[in-house]
Design a binder for this molecule. Structure first.
Ligand SMILES: NC(=O)c1ccc[n+]([C@@H]2O[C@H](COP(=O)([O-])OP(=O)(O)OC[C@H]3O[C@@H](n4cnc5c(N)ncnc54)[C@H](OP(=O)(O)O)[C@@H]3O)[C@@H](O)[C@H]2O)c1
Length: 338
């Protein structure tokens, strides 16, 4: 079997998880090089690993470069992404810098693996909320033709990064100790609170925040249609890891909740837990650390004709980021593209 020289750019929550996922899935790597803004040693996947400072020569002889760096002009993808492609690497990027770029396929392997055929060396992972939503929506779309999606999210602090995880923990401790609760990551304390603001305000969609716009635009790109009407409200909640979403779908054909349960239960990467009489539904504490996206509370909605309501939970760092990126590489190997 061919083995690949792999680079992981970023040693934050997603980059570290990527190294773990590559090892646990027996990805056919020859070597994994971890890159960040400065040289040091870090414990990653239970081992002390060397982290190297990223520069353009870091990508000499690299076959696959997974990018999990900070977004924006000074971020790794903008500085080094296309340069790594020029050096011959296939880049799989977790961030939002190039998701809507026409050259870049935006891929969830269970949904649109065929888009990989058009790749130009650079592939993007969708946003975590989009991945988790579409894993559950796509199998229903194939059968019933979805024409409207209304999504409300309950997003964990790990989606913001390590400093947000630390802030939630510190705020809980301050509350218990009766000391002052200080906030720096979010505009309000996140402990014992919910905050309906994720990302910056959008110019294109007035009064929407950017995470909500990502769910709309990325879905249209992945499903290659502008005919599905989408509305999203994204909310940060005091959960350490695992995003939850309430999703209402309006479909073209009459829906049957029992049949949808069966369709989802037999779909790759999905698990159904739906026994409401026994409090049987997924919760982030149980889904954190799992690869699959979990669905429950599947029921006919009485708000529209042909509509269904459901509750979807996924690990935002795994399927929402690191795992999906590694699966893209696995899919490319399967398709003979790597
Ligand atoms: N967290 C999630 O749920 C999630 C989900 C989907 C996508 N993403 C995306 O994945 C990316 C990483 O997220 P994260 O939560 O892991 O972030 P993070 O914890 O803040 O880590 C960012 C990493 O990027 C490195 N970095 C920043 N600028 C760099 C540069 N110019 N060159 C090389 N390395 C650079 C940092 O290096 P140092 O360690 O040296 O500072 C750090 O290791 C982001 O684009 C994020 O939007 C995150």
């Amino acid at each position: 079997m061919k083995r690949y020289n792999v680079a992981v750019v970023g040693a934050g929550m997603v980059g570290k998880k990527m190294v773990e996922v590559l090892i646990e899935r027996n990805f056919p790597y020859k070597d994994i090089k971890v890159l960040a803004t400065r040289e040091r040693e870090e414990v990653i996947a239970g081992k002390k690993l060397k982290v190297e400072k990223t520069d353009i020569n870091s990508f000499n002889d690299i076959d696959i470069a997974f990018f999990a760096g900070t977004e924006g002009e000074k971020g790794a993808s903008k500085l080094f992404g296309w340069e790594a492609v020029k050096k011959g690497a296939i880049v799989i990027d977790n961030g939002g810098d190039f998701r809507m770029d026409e050259r870049v396929p935006l891929v969830i392997p269970e949904v649109n693996p065929h888009h990989l055929k058009q790749h130009q060396g650079f592939i993007a992972n969708p946003n975590c909320s989009t991945i988790i939503m579409l894993m559950a929506v796509f199998p229903i779309h194939k059968e019933y033709g979805v024409r409207r999606i209304i999504a409300s999210t309950y997003q964990a602090v790990s989606g913001t990064g390590k400093e947000a995880v630390d802030e939630l923990e510190t705020q809980v401790r301050s509350y218990v100790d009766g000391t002052e609760i200080k906030s720096s990551v979010y505009p309000y304390p996140i402990a014992f609170n919910v905050i309906p603001e994720i990302g910056g305000l959008s110019d294109e969609f007035p009064c929407y925040y950017s995470e909500e716009v990502k769910m709309i635009k990325e879905t249209q790109k992945i499903l290659q249609t502008k005919n599905i009407k989408i509305s999203a409200t994204c909310v940060r909640v005091p959960v350490f890891n695992g995003h939850s979403e309430v999703i209402t779908l309006e479909c073209e054909k009459p829906v049957n909740a029992e049949k949808i349960r069966k369709i989802l239960a037999s779909s790759q990467g999905i698990k159904v837990i739906d026994e409401p009489e026994k409090s049987g539904y997924p919760v982030p504490l149980n889904v954190s650390g799992k690869d699959e996206v979990y669905v429950g509370r599947i029921r006919k909605s009485h708000t529209f004709e042909n509509a269904i309501d459901m509750w979807v939970v996924g690990d935002n760092i795994r399927k929402g980021a690191a795992l999906n990126a590694v699966q893209i590489a696995e899919q490319m190997i399967k398709m003979g593209l790597l």
